[in-house]
Design a protein around this ligand. Structure first.
Ligand code: NA7
Length: 549
């Protein structure tokens, strides 16, 4: 008998989960949580979802700010698992606006009758693991406790909104909201004095929309981002019929591309392509809908400095052409990082908005915001009065939504504390020391076109849980050495990327959150096919990188 066997022989019988409230608890009813529920219920398991919002949709429930929409082609973003769903749902725009996406996710939830297993307005405060019973107990903010064998954290990589740390935020007498906590009731900007703080992907979508009707819009910009045109357009019934026919081809293609988008890099090296040919290629990409200029560009624009400088220069020239006032144009051109090294916002007449008389750009680099006043915003140089302040200030990304739950594994170890010391995962799915906890879209996983990665992650976790169920296993934990190996592999795959040299949510930086000031490798930067291949091998080997008891 090994030490482990002896320890196990003294344990209570844990093979039955009958004394537990559920077999599996899923945290979050976004794209991941909904699909995870659907899959696990099909195994005949007792599954419960706890969702903080009052409805399904996750990101697409909370982010109902003006102008919110996909940056991925709608038909590459929807679920691919159900032919019926594909047959029944019509996308009406190439890049779906938030209200339609929220309707889509509600339609999916209703079609598969998922709601009875989802508890809404249920924010999970803590999740503690008990190794004697191989189970998790989750405590909700209302104090209720719920036990389960397995916990799936489907909490989203961008779902912990962060506010700036300005004094006086609560003293403002007008309306103010973070974009990620936008209210359901519509807000009119007609004739109003509006401020937007933040110019990331969210800020850009918000600004171009609010500029249409605001009496006066003031944009407070710390660092500009490199944006490219989205080129959205409606999809009519005939085009939708054509798209529907192409679904198998679209999903097959997404499966083969590096990050599951419909765009794939051009395998030429930038500086080896003659300048006129390069320019023509970039003109074409600039006119192409979606992320083409970022993801479908020459293979080396995110690794080779000269290539990146040339691509950046192309976009800078576009900004100068599109913005009338040369000083404003220069403020909108990033000087501290190259194109694509931060998430590229996609825009629709964003730059032209600054040509409107009702829109003003205020750079807060040398003129920082000092405080929020009851009337508006005070910068070092000026007092502004507003009716509405919009905080487009981003998220405590990737690990933030985990940090907000007091997750404790073996011996009461805190996941937050562990990750502050070193971000380690196994396949982005598990963490050694936290048995029976699985993550969908956790750190170190391949993010890319999110639903494509979600479907893979969910199916992989489902297969693992099914395998455990079939074999009467009650405890699954990644081996510590496997976690070290995976983490090392993730770091290796990120080597040489210019992205690593830049502060952004993608490198784990958030100046508004304590302890998030050091850059980390938060995502798996290798290809999605490589990620899947690795995970498939693990499963095919009978999960040898895990200890299954
Ligand atoms: P981002 O991309 O993190 O952008 C946040 C923006 O807010 C960015 O411009 C920040 O400036 C600005 N910010 C944050 N804190 C402050 C303070 N304290 N003062 C002034 N400005 C501030 O978040 P998004 O919501 O736009 O996008 C997140 C992702 O969600 C997006 O990439 C999509 O994948 C979906 P900074 O650049 O830090 O100088």
């Amino acid at each position: 008998m090994t030490e482990h066997d002896i320890a196990n022989s003294n344990r209570p019988d844990t093979t039955s989960a009958a004394h537990l409230n559920y077999d599996v608890i899923i945290v979050g009813a976004g794209i991941s949580g909904l699909y995870q529920l659907y899959k696990l219920r099909a195994l005949g398991l007792r599954v419960r979802v706890f969702e903080a919002g009052t409805g399904v949709g996750g990101t697409w429930y909370w982010n109902r700010y003006p102008g919110a929409r996909f940056d991925s082609e709608s038909y590459s973003y929807g679920y691919s698992f159900s032919q019926e769903l594909l047959d029944e749902w019509d996308w009406t725009e190439h890049f779906s606006p938030q209200p339609q996406t929220e309707r889509y996710l509600n339609y999916m939830a209703d079609k598969f009758d998922l709601r009875p297993d989802i508890q809404f307005s249920a924010r999970v405060a803590s999740a503690h693991y008990d190794d004697d019973d191989c189970c998790w107990t989750l405590t909700l903010e209302d104090g209720s406790r719920h036990s389960c064998r397995f916990m799936v954290a489907a909490v989203g990589p961008l779902s912990a909104p962060t506010m700036p740390r300005f004094d006086g935020i609560n003293e403002f007498r007008g309306i103010s909201h973070h974009t990620g906590l936008w209210p359901k009731e519509p807000i009119s900007f007609e004739g109003k004095r509006v401020a937007v703080i933040g110019t990331g992907a969210t800020g850009v979508q918000t600004i171009q929309e609010v500029a249409k009707t605001a009496g006066h819009l003031t944009v407070f910009q710390r660092r500009p981002n490199w944006c490219k045109p989205l080129h959205n357009r409606p999809i009519d019934a005939a085009e939708m019929t054509e798209i529907r026919k192409r679904y198998p081809e679209i999903f097959k293609h997404c499966k083969e591309t590096l990050s599951c988008f419909m765009h794939t890099p051009d395998m030429r090296y930038t500086m080896q392509v003659p300048e006129d040919e390069r320019e023509a290629f970039w003109e074409k990409l600039y006119d192409t809908p979606g992320f083409g200029f970022w993801i479908g560009n020459f293979r080396d624009i995110l690794t080779d400095r000269a290539a990146n400088d040339a691509a950046s220069d192309f976009i800078a020239r576009k900004i100068r052409q599109r913005v009338d006032d040369p000083e404003t144009a220069e403020l909108l051109i990033p000087k501290d990082h190259g194109f694509g090294t931060r998430r590229v916002p996609q825009e629709t007449f964003y730059y032209e908005a600054y040509n409107q008389p009702n829109v003003e750009l205020v750079s807060i680099v040398n003129n920082p915001i000092e405080r929020i006043t009851p009337q508006g915003i005070k910068t070092r140089e000026r007092d502004f009065e507003f009716d509405i302040i919009i905080y487009a200030t981003g998220f405590d990304a990737i690990t933030g939504s985990f940090d907000r739950i007091d997750i404790r594994g073996m011996n009461g170890e805190s996941l937050k504390t562990k990750w502050r010391q070193e971000l380690e995962t196994w396949l982005g799915v598990q963490v050694a020391g936290f048995p029976n906890m699985f993550m969908v879209m956790g750190p170190h996983t391949a993010l890319g076109n999110i639903p494509r990665s979600v479907e893979y992650n969910v199916e992989w976790v489902t297969d693992l849980i099914a395998h455990m169920h079939e074999n009467d296993f009650v405890r699954a934990e990644a081996r510590p050495e496997a976690m070290k190996d995976w983490t090392r592999f993730v770091l290796e795959k990120a080597e040489g990327l210019l992205t690593n040299e830049v502060d952004s949510w993608m490198t784990g930086i958030n100046q508004n959150v304590d302890g998030k000031q050091t850059r980390i490798v938060a995502r798996f930067a290798g290809s999605a096919p490589a990620y899947r291949e690795h995970c498939d091998q693990v499963a095919a080997s009978g999960y040898r990188e895990m200890r299954l008891d």
